[in-house]
Design a protein around this ligand. Structure first.
Ligand code: RM4
Ligand code: MN
Length: 386
């Protein structure tokens, strides 16, 4: 059986990064429903992220999105973040919201547009320098809608060239996370559609280029834990963007749609002893119809619960059953852990750490939500375009 002290220590060391954009307004392509009290500035988003950390004790960093979180002085922003009790996490680049990128960013057939896109990525590295951020997260909407629209192979060459320039600009402690997505907004062919493409580019680049798995970016039925196991074995799993999906890139709360999948993913991490090996466990979600801060707190708890269950797997018993070819026995070991109610254990850890055992309830009782609704009047609420 797993050693309870080790399980507790591992849960205490688990850190989940929350995204600045989860606190802003968001919606579908049909409608954005604005919510009262939503941040108007990067500072207000960071203040909200700090609340999630305050009540969970497990969300010490916040990812930024450039240009949505652009400020004049990033050193100052890093200081503000620190004063709020959190730190700046990954810098997410954005080369998908400019008219110039209609036919692609770094893979665009026009060299002028490619240069502009690379310039933005290099600017993001400057921001990492100023904020102390370790990770540059790259997601490209690049692709084509029609067969013959552009040359598939040339686009790979352009991608490789752009990645090389950015990779070579990274400082010794900085990393590149290359995210993939099956489709959308391009429909016929996406330039980084899957983990294999991302992995191959990372290998070509060097050891500080690793794959980011966004759990919402796969075809239905994809075995994500297999990808996790493969990339861990290859030393190329850099990060997760956790969220839930029913159909496509739904960006719902992590662990909401398929908590069993999240458990299976976390089990592969535990299996590889990689919970504290530098993998960034990030959320990439949007809360379109629910209150945002408690939804982020709920998501953090869901990741904690999946991790706790993964830590409870009796790995010796599992291994023995596997080696004996005991199909049902092996499956039962895994399911026993998954079916354990870990909420009392997590509540106990929180109490021992001076936190409220019920983070969502504690947040609601804190009055923060009402306070920001009263205070944040006027100005322009943050959303996908700002
Ligand atoms: C993309 C991708 C990126 C995220 C943006 C907001 O679909 O998942 O990780 O930065 O959305
Ligand atoms: Mn993502």
């Amino acid at each position: 059986m797993p050693n309870p002290a080790n399980v507790r220590a591992a849960l205490r060391s688990l850190e989940i990064e929350t995204p600045s954009w989860a606190y802003g307004n968001s919606g579908t392509r049909f409608k954005v429903f604005a919510q009262a009290g939503v941040p108007r500035t990067p500072q207000e988003k960071i203040a909200d992220a700090a609340q999630v950390h305050r009540f969970t004790g497990s969300a010490p960093s916040v990812a930024l999105h450039i240009p949505w979180d652009r400020v004049d002085d990033f050193t100052e922003l890093a200081k503000y973040t620190h004063d709020q009790g959190v730190r700046i996490g990954a810098i997410n680049s954005n080369v998908f919201q400019d008219d110039d990128y209609k036919l692609g960013s770094v893979t665009n057939p026009d060299p002028r547009v490619r240069r502009k896109a690379v310039r933005h990525l290099l600017d993001c590295v400057d921001i990492m320098d100023a904020t102390g951020s370790r990770d540059l997260k790259l997601w490209f909407s690049d692709g084509i809608n029609y067969p013959g629209q552009d040359d598939l192979r040339d686009r790979q060459d352009r991608l490789a060239e752009a990645l090389r320039e950015v990779y070579d600009r990274l400082g010794p402690h900085q990393r590149m996370l290359l995210e993939y997505k099956l489709f959308e907004p391009a429909f016929y062919a996406t330039d980084v559609p899957d983990w294999g493409t991302s992995y191959a580019h990372c290998v070509e680049l060097g050891p500080r280029a690793t794959v980011c798995i966004d759990t919402g970016h796969h075809a239905p039925g994809t075995n994500i834990e297999f990808i996790v196991a493969f990339l861990l074995r290859a030393g190329r799993l850099g990060a997760f963007d956790f969220n839930s999906r029913f159909y496509a890139d739904d960006d719902l709360m992590a662990g909401a749609a398929d908590p069993f999948q999240l458990f299976r993913i976390m089990y592969e991490i535990v299996r590889a002893d990689s919970l504290s090996s530098g993998i960034a466990f990030m959320l990439d979600q949007c809360h379109n119809i629910e209150a945002k801060i408690p939804a982020v707190i709920r998501s953090v708890l869901n990741v904690q619960e999946a991790t706790a269950k993964a830590l409870l797997v009796d790995r010796d018993a599992l291994r023995a059953a596997q080696l004996e070819g005991d199909v049902l026995g092996a499956n039962a070991v895994l399911m026993d852990a998954y079916n354990t109610d870990v909420r009392p254990l997590l509540a106990e850890l929180r109490t021992e750490d001076g936190l409220d055992p019920d983070p969502v309830g504690a947040y609601r009782r804190s009055g923060y939500g009402e306070r920001v609704v009263a205070e944040r009047v006027g100005g322009q609420q943050a959303g996908w375009n700002a």
